[in-house]
Design a protein around this ligand. Structure first.
Ligand SMILES: Nc1nc2c(ncn2[C@@H]2O[C@H](COP(=O)(O)OP(=O)(O)OP(=O)(O)O)[C@@H](O)[C@H]2O)c(=O)[nH]1
Ligand SMILES: [Mg+2]
Length: 334
């Protein structure tokens, strides 16, 4: 019996994919994200085309220790931003699930209320398993979600680790989430706070020690300002993002107001250009690192050299630094 062939679904050309994506198509976004996560040539091709269609989104980083309440805060922020008619994208880098890509259970539950809302696009990323590294994958995913036409893109990251620090540079406005009882940790990071935070949130302000924590941070900001040559004074504010009683949730509108105020500050002056330039510099670095490694490894393939280098390092005849120096000399003729 003659079987009717089922026509294979026509795959989009890169240009078609880009066009669907910039019209806000969610399936196109999912497809694009899968492509860049693979870290191969089609993903790079897509990003090249996409780069010309970059959105005008506000990119907001929410960073802080595990369990400080970042996802809970974002959940409420989405409500406020939606009530203002803004389209919102979220990229959550989940440190707890190294192996599961895509949407993760915890965040999926936390963000469930928004799953039927066409104006909200949420994507979780595992913390490992990307060919070009987490920072590059996240940077690309943020660009994709911007290109969809979202007004605000929120990036949730744990505030530790080099990849995480790299990711923070993507954000134009950085919100640092702390909690009462983090005393020693806060002491340890005081110097860094002023460098990264535009807004400092003391979440879980329903817990003991919130007042002390707020005052101590205000003092840090006050003294830090003397050394900082900038027009923006980092704001310190309390929030309650989760509580047994939903009416106890507070501070979220103020937080959104502060983010919008920081964005106005950036955009009313020239500061936004510096922030954008930093981001492009960051992207250049990430792409360079990744592509140079690919080119070099491709060049070594089949020559047996990589194996010889590894053996020489193991036998103590050389070290990775000297090998890289030597290899780069021949590749780049420096
Ligand atoms: N008491 C109190 N608990 C809170 C508050 N905000 C969040 N929590 C709780 O803290 C826990 C962690 O909250 P999450 O929103 O998942 O924190 P997170 O920073 O996203 O955590 P990771 O993504 O794992 O780093 C949850 O059990 C929340 O219910 C708050 O304001 N007060
Ligand atoms: Mg979270």
């Amino acid at each position: 019996m003659k079987r009717t062939a089922i026509p294979r679904k026509h795959a989009d050309s890169p240009q078609e994919l880009v066009e669907r994506l910039i019209s806000g198509d969610r399936r196109a976004a999912a497809r694009a994200i899968t492509l860049v996560e693979k870290g191969a040539a089609p993903g790079t091709e897509l990003m090249k085309r996409l780069y010309r269609h970059m959105g005008r989104s506000m990119v907001v980083g929410i960073t802080g220790a595990g369990g400080s309440g970042k996802s809970s805060l974002i959940n409420h922020m989405i409500h406020v931003l939606r009530s203002q008619g803004r389209r919102v994208g979220v990229v959550a880098v989940d440190p707890t699930s190294p192996f599961s890509g895509g949407a993760l259970l915890g965040d999926r539950l936390r963000f469930q209320a928004h799953s039927m809302d066409e104006g909200v696009y949420i994507r979780s990323m595992a913390s490992r398993g990307y060919l070009g590294g987490l920072a590059r994958a996240t940077t690309d995913v943020v660009r994709i979600i911007e290109a969809m036409g979202n007004d605000v893109v929120i990036v949730e990251t744990l505030g530790a680790g080099q990849d995480e620090v790299d990711i923070i540079h993507v954000a134009q406005t950085c919100v640092l989430v702390l909690t009462p009882g983090m005393g020693d940790d806060i002491q340890a990071m005081k110097a860094g706070i002023m460098e990264i935070a535009d807004i400092i949130v003391v979440n879980k302000a329903d817990l003991d020690g919130a007042e002390t924590c707020l005052r101590s941070l205000e003092a840090t900001v006050h003294y830090g300002l003397a050394e900082k040559d900038a027009d923006w004074i980092p704001r310190v504010m309390p929030t309650v993002a989760a509580s047994a009683r939903s009416e106890d949730v507070r501070g979220i509108e103020d937080l959104v107001d502060a983010i919008l105020a920081h964005q106005s500050y950036l955009r009313n002056g020239t500061a936004i250009h510096e922030v954008q330039a930093k981001r492009v510099e960051q992207e250049l670095g990430l792409v360079f690192r990744d592509e140079i490694q690919k080119v070099v490894f491709k060049g070594l393939k089949g020559t047996g050299k990589k194996r010889r280098y590894i053996r020489a390092i193991l036998e103590g005849r050389t070290d990775p630094y000297s090998v890289v120096e030597e290899v780069l000399k021949t590749f780049l003729k420096v």
